[in-house]
Structure formats: C-alpha cells, structure tokens
Design a protein around this ligand. Structure first.
Ligand SMILES: *Cc1c(COP(=O)(O)O)cnc(C)c1O
Length: 364
C-alpha cells in the first residue's frame, strides 16, 4: 500500500547526519531533538505547547488522564476508526459511547451526538479519519453547550485545516501519531500531544514521565511514555518535507477523483474542512471482488476498517449489536483504500486507474 523506498532516497543523507548527532550526544530520551520537535510541531499545528510521547495511543490515554477522566465517566466517539481511539478510553477505566458517522465524510455525525450525552459524559474524542476534518464547528458548539472536553484524535490528519486553522489545536487537546505509515512517520513508534492550555501541558509532561517533574519525586501515577530522541531526529527532517508531501497527496487524490468519480463513490471534500488524504477510500458494492482482481494485477488495496468498533469482540461488554450504527456498518462493508503515498508516480497511478476502469467495466 505504501512504498517508502523512494522517500528514503530523498531524505537518507540528512537523516544520517541527524542520527549521528544524537548517537554522539549520549542523550537518547527527551533531549534537544525532542524539545525542538515539540516546539516545531506545536508551531506547525498552531498550538502553544507540544509534549512528545511514545506513540499515538499513549497520546490519547495521556490526554484522558490529564483531563481527569476515569471510572464512571463516559467518552463519546466514533465506531468507525482505528481500535486505539476507544482502547485508550477503556485503558483509563472510562466507558466508550459510540455515535454513528456522516455518510459523506466517515466522521462522527454531530446531529447524533446530543442523543448520546448523559450526566456521566465528560468528553468527546473526535477522529479526523483518513485526513478529513470532522465537523468541528458543530462539534465545538455542542461541547460548549454541554461543558464537555474535546480531544482530537488527529493521528491521520496532521496539517489538515478547518476554516484556515490546523487540526489538533481546535479542541482542548490534540493527539498525533508518528507511526511509520502516517502522513508524518518516524522509523518506529512516536507521537505527540498538543494543547493551548498551560495546565494540560504541565499535566501531560508529568504524566508521560512517571508522574515526576523532579527526578525521583513522584506526585502522581503516570506512565513511561517518552519520545525517543532518535525518532525525534528523524521526524525533524521529515517535518521539513511535510507540506510538500501533503501537497502531493492532494494532487494524487485529485487525479483519482477526476478519472474515477463516475465509477463509484469517491471521497468528498467539504467546504472549509480539508482532506489531506492519509487514505484515499472509494466505496462500492463489489469491493471484495475489485480488491481480489487488483491484487492479481499486482496492485495493493486495503480496508480501513473492516469491523466497526461496536462489533469488535473486545467491546462485547458494551452490549452493542449489529444495526446500532448503520452508516458505520455499511461503510465497513463497502470501503476500499487505493494506493496513496506522496512518492506514487503519476505513471504508476495511471496504471492503477486504467486497471480499475477495466475491471469495473468487466464486472458491470
Ligand atoms: C494510528 C492511529 C492511532 C494510534 O497511533 P499509534 O502511534 O499507532 O499508537 C490512533 N488513532 C488513529 C485514528 C490512528 O490512525
């Protein structure tokens, strides 16, 4: 699905320079590179503070912990996301409450949020799936009315803008993953929490480091979830290329849509809600057939995600059933991601598109 070799050719030299610097510095955890990355990513997304952590899942868990969310609390989120979004809610002892998605964007449907709010609801985790921004304007209104905290799971959406402001800094606290396949990817696990609130910044900084500000003094129970200095050094190089890479993703998406929109449902881009195309997902009846045929022609495709979270075995105790979230369930059966990465050449993309066109014609 993603070919990182071409990208590596471009960034290999500067990365080796950065890595050597770290190795020789002897500072391997939370050193100068991490600090610089925290500053630059916060600046990039328009937040006052950034706190480097071990991965995106921890970023979510630490955000919930910093907001004092735990047993007895409910957190509203989407069932159509990567497992980690709801896993983090369970990890702090709170209860995930799912709300169905919008057909057009695959993100949580604001019109359905209020019906899910109870006296126990403390927060919303808003996922910007595939790089497409959720309806933050409506969501923030609801959050304000009901005094709920907003955590953005922006793991797939670094750089996506909503009304000219980048995601991650639109709610109370934002989470990013630098998993290798993400739009800004490390060579291992890494993540960051961003916020404009000093109190949350201080809390997350402490929580990620065993609840300690001063060595061997622990004021609270935290985690070991620090940013690896080698990963930070790699990310500093890749951050430099991020806007170019996002631009290329959008250009590849534009070409896919131009040539394929008459064959099946292609991604919609909403006014004032950007899409940075972490994934380019189409929707069609005979999804599995097309995937199998593409595979025979040497073209990868993937399903994000085949099972909505409310139907996952791990969430059986929440007592949801098939039919509870029809849009998420329908999407899970029909969605298919086509190859999408910045270094995908137009020539290769043309081959993918002509193959898809031919297969669709054969299948009627
Ligand atoms: C990748 C991802 C995560 C988890 O990030 P990790 O760094 O893999 O822990 C969480 N939520 C979403 C939506 C993701 O895509």
């Amino acid at each position: 699905m993603v070919d990182l070799k071409e990208e590596l050719r471009l960034i290999r030299e500067p990365i080796l320079v950065e890595l050597t610097e770290v190795i020789e510095s002897g500072d391997y955890i939370l050193g100068k590179k991490s600090e610089e990355l925290e500053k630059l990513v916060a600046q990039y997304v328009g937040a006052d503070y950034g706190i480097g952590v071990a991965n995106g899942t921890d970023a979510l868990q630490l955000s919930l912990m910093a907001l004092d969310i735990g047993p007895g609390d409910e957190v509203i989120t989407t069932p159509f996301t990567f497992f980690a979004t709801a896993e983090a809610i369970e990890q702090v002892g709170a209860k995930p409450v799912f709300v169905d998605i919008e057909e057009e964007t695959y993100n949580i449907d604001p019109a359905k949020i209020e019906a899910a709010i109870t006296p126990h609801t403390k927060a919303l985790i808003i996922v910007h799936l595939y790089g497409q921004v959720a309806d933050m304007k409506e969501i923030m209104k609801i959050a304000k009315t009901h005094q709920l905290k907003v955590i953005e799971d922006a793991c797939q959406a670094i750089g996506s803008e909503c009304d000219g402001r980048r995601v991650g800094a639109l709610g109370d606290i934002g989470c990013f993953s630098f998993f290798p396949s993400k739009n800004l990817g490390a060579f291992g696990d890494a993540g960051i929490v961003v916020t404009n609130q000093k109190e949350l910044y201080e809390k997350v900084s402490k929580l990620r480091n065993h609840g300690s500000e001063t060595k061997y003094q622990h004021s609270t129970i935290g985690m070991n979830s620090r940013l690896d200095e080698l990963q930070a050094a790699i990310l500093l190089v890749k951050l430099y290329y991020l806007d170019i890479f996002l631009h290329k993703r959008k250009e590849i998406a534009r070409r896919y849509t131009e040539h394929l929109h008459h064959l099946f449902k292609t991604p919609s881009v909403q006014e004032n809600r950007e899409h940075t195309f972490h994934q380019y997902c189409i929707e069609l009846d005979n999804r599995d057939e097309l995937a199998a045929e593409l595979n025979k022609k040497g073209i990868a495709s993937a399903i994000y995600y085949p099972i909505p979270l409310h139907l996952q075995e791990a969430f059986q105790h929440l007592h949801y059933k098939e039919g509870d979230f029809p849009v998420a369930e329908k999407s899970a059966k029909r969605i298919l991601a086509l190859p999408m990465f910045p270094m995908l050449s137009f020539q290769k993309q043309d081959y993918i598109m002509s193959t898809v066109k031919r297969l669709m014609k054969n299948n009627g």
